[in-house]
Every structure is written in structure tokens, then in C-alpha cells.
Design a protein around this ligand. Structure first.
Ligand SMILES: C[S@@+](CC[C@H](N)C(=O)[O-])C[C@H]1O[C@@H](n2cnc3c(N)ncnc32)[C@H](O)[C@@H]1O
Length: 197
């Protein structure tokens, strides 16, 4: 697969790793706008490292990338990102540490027969309604943010905007759509969320 060059970042993509797409580009653009030099940044579901590499190429920040897919971690590491392997926050000890946590999650409603082989399934499979990983992420994320820290979450209209906002509210966050674009039959958006401590 040809390497991707975007906003001064150069990223190679490997087999069984999510290939950056419109969702990755939108999240990277919002992240560069919102992140300031010196912030502590975590990218959950780092994939190839594309979003983190764009951040690192444009800000004085060294994002930490986490993923469940070992092939993704190897790829992100080769692309210059510090990585660790974890199922969401299970392996993370940095409580109250991050200014910003970003996540382009598996957000597509996925039935049994739509699953793909191997680790790559984790890139797409949001469960039957598309929100399983998002719900678990939101139940855990507040403990890892600094007071006043924020989450940048990518979703599609296919994920169910209203239902995602229900999850955000249930976990005592306030959320606002901070970027939105249309792509064929879906709307793509990034939601910024702050915890109501
Ligand atoms: C849609 S891809 C996004 C990849 C990359 N951030 C990007 O925007 O190009 C979702 C990523 O989340 C990872 N992921 C899914 N479930 C996860 C979990 N429970 N814990 C950690 N990572 C997970 C997948 O392996 C995949 O790399």
C-alpha cells in the first residue's frame, strides 16, 4: 500500500491495519486545531498511527497510541508513535493524566455475517447497533482525563447521533459536534466532550 503524506506527516500502512480514510482525516484536522504544544495526548485505537503522526508533525506533542490489534501497534510504532497494547483502558495506569483523549472507534453497526477475518474486524465492528465500543469507552474514559480535559470522538450518522449523545450524557459528559461533513450516504462528525465533574 502506498504511504500517505498529509500535513507534513508521512505514514506507511501495513496489512491487517485500518487504512486511513475520511474519518481519520477529519479527526486529525480537528485534533490539530484543538491541541496545544506540551499537552498529554492519548489516541485510543491508534491503527496505523496516522492521526497521531499528523498531530506530532504539527504540534510539539508526543501522542501515546493504544490499540488491541498487534499489527496496528507495530505499524504505528514504525510510523514513529509510542504505543502500548490494551483493550481500551484495561492496561493503562496513567489516571488523571491526559489533556485530550481521541478515538476514531469501530462505529459501524455489524451483524455476524458482516464481520471480517482477523484483527482488522476490530477496526469496523461496533456491535449490532454500532455503539458497543463507544459505550465501554465512555464508561471508563473520565478517570484518565485531567480535570477540564476533553475527549474528541469521531462518529458517523450510521452510529446513531442521538443514541451516542445519550451515552455521553449517561456518563456525565457534555458533548458538542465540532466538525461535520457529508460523505455519500452518511454524515461524518467529531464530537468534543467534557466531563461534568
Ligand atoms: C476505525 S479504526 C481507526 C484507526 C486510526 N485511529 C485512524 O483513524 O485511522 C479503529 C481502531 O480502534 C482499534 N480498536 C477497536 N476496539 C478496540 C479496543 N477494545 N481497544 C483498543 N483498540 C481498539 C482497532 O483495532 C482500530 O485500529
Amino acid at each position: 500500500m502506498a504511504p500517505i503524506s498529509y500535513r507534513n506527516a508521512y505514514v506507511s500502512i501495513e496489512k491487517d491495519v485500518y487504512e486511513p480514510a475520511e474519518d481519520s482525516f477529519l479527526l486529525a484536522d480537528v485534533a490539530v486545531d484543538r491541541i496545544s504544544d506540551g499537552m498529554n495526548v492519548l489516541e485510543m485505537g491508534v491503527g496505523s498511527g496516522f492521526v497521531s503522526a499528523v498531530i506530532a508533525a504539527n504540534k510539539n506533542v508526543e501522542p501515546i497510541g493504544c490499540d488491541i490489534n498487534p499489527d496496528a501497534l507495530e505499524c504505528a510504532y514504525k510510523n514513529g508513535i509510542q504505543v502500548f497494547r490494551s483493550n481500551l483502558f484495561a492496561g493503562l495506569t496513567k489516571k488523571g493524566y491526559f489533556d485530550i483523549i481521541l478515538f476514531n472507534p469501530p462505529y459501524l453497526p455489524t451483524s455476524e455475517d458482516e464481520k471480517v477475518e482477523g484483527w482488522l474486524n476490530y477496526a469496523f465492528d461496533g456491535g449490532v447497533e454500532g455503539r458497543d465500543t463507544i459505550a465501554t469507552f465512555f464508561a471508563e474514559v473520565s478517570g484518565y482525563l485531567k480535570p477540564g480535559g476533553s475527549v474528541l470522538l469521531f462518529i458517523s450518522s450510521l452510529t446513531g447521533k442521538r443514541e451516542v449523545f445519550d451515552i455521553i450524557k449517561r456518563e456525565r459528559f457534555s458533548g458538542y459536534v465540532v466538525a461535520e461533513t457529508r460523505s455519500f450516504f452518511e454524515k461524518l462528525m467529531v464530537i468534543e466532550c467534557k466531563h461534568n465533574c
